[in-house]
Write a protein that binds this ligand. Sequence first.
Ligand code: TXA
Ligand code: MG
Length: 315
Amino acid sequence: MIGSDIERATNLLRSGEVVALPTETVYGLAAHAHKTEAIEQIFQIKNRPQSNPLILHVAHLSDAKKYAQAWTAKASALAQAFWPGPLTLVLPKSDKVDPVINAGLEQVAIRMPRHNMIRQVISNLGAPIVAPSANLYGQVSPTLAEHVERHLGDKIPYILDGGPCSEGLESTIVAVSESKCTVLRHGSLPVEYIEKVVGPTNTFIEATETPIAPGMVPFHYAPTTPISIIKAADISTIPSTVKGMLISQQPAESGEWGRQEIMSPSDAAKKLYACLHEADNAPVIEHIYFIPFEEAGVGRAINDRMKRAAAKFRN
Ligand code: TXA
Ligand code: MG
């Protein structure tokens, strides 16, 4: 059921239920961070392997410090610059972290979301929340309450509706160490902004094809409509019998399109997942064609998600 009752969502979490909550990035599938059985349910509902750790969502800096074993100068600088907001920090965990949250790893991922509703729920609950994106494992993240309803509506008692997610792509994940920070996932917060605060970063993004370590599995973020990554010059090779959705910064000069989604990178960040959900719901769209954005700013995260999605259809 979809609604906007913050108290109801809080009470359900308090009694050990799993509910969907809005964040500024994507909708999350939330459980109380101290309720092991509720956290285990998240993995079952999403069909997600327990070896893939979850992000702890806090409303106050004091909580972040409680769940991290050491709160370093770099963590402090990043939190001050970007929290609340779409940045997740991976830090050594404290003994307060239930191992089911972080797959028993030595580190825990923590973020302070900006969306008012989830902040209120966490504050009212008096405890952090764990929340992966509220989609089935490997599918496209939801940016509207209706997306959650369509995929998980029969598995959870409540979806708190906070409107369309203002960022539209997941948080950027950074492993913090005193020497150098490492970007583990490109996301809504561009790496360029992070580097202004902590200097040059390393990048260690999970491979699209081969799992490297727990939590580094290949994510596909894929719709059911096939996706191809193309160059503008290749448009003429697309068979005219295929009804395509074109996602690109520039309009196509040729070809017959079922739909063209012409967007700047910042609009694409907000609308990309909604377009993928819509392609799945529009029987007329048979194929999605994507012309990559420049590898800079939020363009990196968009290209990354589309590359992973397209990998599902390549063989
Ligand atoms: O924007 C977001 O981050 C959304 C909203 C709901 O907050 N959440 C989200 O969660 O995207 P999820 O579970 O879909 O993706 C979390 C990613 C996974 O790739 C996971 O492997 C990684 O974070 N992760 C979590 N804990 C980690 C850890 N301790 N070390 C390395 N990676 C970790
Ligand atoms: Mg996810």
